[in-house]
Ligand binder design. Structure first.
Ligand SMILES: [Zn+2]
Length: 230
């Protein structure tokens, strides 16, 4: 069975809804899943959660890569294999997820700016537990957290553009900082992240870990859901 799923969301112009076909279905230890021929839903990875939304009449709970395929986990009345349905991302969830994810990039840029020689190598942007890490064993300045916060607040005030480039390796770049490989979803400019707080920075066993939170407000930007163009 050919189970390759076209990942439409990797294009930054991707709508949040598209028509798709159910290629296969199954059950694993996470739950009941569907394999789609194409999707606009972000696949969990790079520290970012999978998108939530709807597939036909079912609720989309998560999207994960497993066994070389992209599994859309659903609950409710699941469409059958062969059915043509719409996959739709919850715009509020995506908006929040993109804000927190882009915030991780900004904190990484702040760390690399304030600690010469440091390179961020891993991150997680879950609203319940968000952090950036990298190898680092040298003691850090006492005022590092305040300096990171100042850097972040300045970048927010400047509303720096966030540019995604497609290619063999998809990259994302906050204007003025180095491009980094990334398959996640982003806000178009740093101002859209909203208030970002550096919680603390710690070094343990040669690994630096900076934790952060973002303010979540209901008055988020209205997200236009495009017509099914895929
Ligand atoms: Zn990213």
């Amino acid at each position: 069975m050919h189970t390759h799923t076209q990942l439409i969301y990797l294009d930054t112009n991707s709508p949040l809804i598209c028509a798709t076909r159910i290629l296969d279905a199954g059950q694993d230890n996470v739950g009941h899943y569907l394999i789609l021929d194409k999707t606009v839903a972000h696949v969990r990875g790079g520290g970012q959660l999978g998108d939530r939304g709807r597939i036909g009449d079912a609720t989309l709970l998560d999207v994960r890569r497993a066994n070389d395929e992209v599994r859309h986990y659903v609950e409710g009345v699941s469409p059958v294999v062969g059915a043509n349905v719409a996959v739709k991302v919850d715009p509020e969830f995506r908006r929040r997820s993109s804000r927190w994810h882009t915030a991780g990039h900004l904190l990484a840029a702040a760390l690399e700016h304030e600690i010469p020689g440091f390179a961020a190598s891993a991150a997680q942007q879950w609203p319940t537990d968000a952090w950036v890490t990298g190898l680092w064993a040298v003691p850090i300045a006492e005022d590092l957290t305040q300096r990171l916060q100042r850097f972040i607040d300045d970048a927010r005030a400047a509303d720096l553009p966030v540019v995604v480039k497609l290619g063999d390796v998809r990259t994302v770049q906050i204007q003025g900082h180095r491009p980094v490989p990334c398959g996640g979803t982003h806000v178009a400019s740093i101002g859209a992240i909203g208030p970002l707080h550096v919680e603390d920075v710690r070094i343990k066993k040669g690994v630096l870990k900076a934790r952060y939170t973002c303010d979540d407000e209901k008055k988020d930007i209205v997200f236009f859901i495009g017509l099914p163009s895929c």
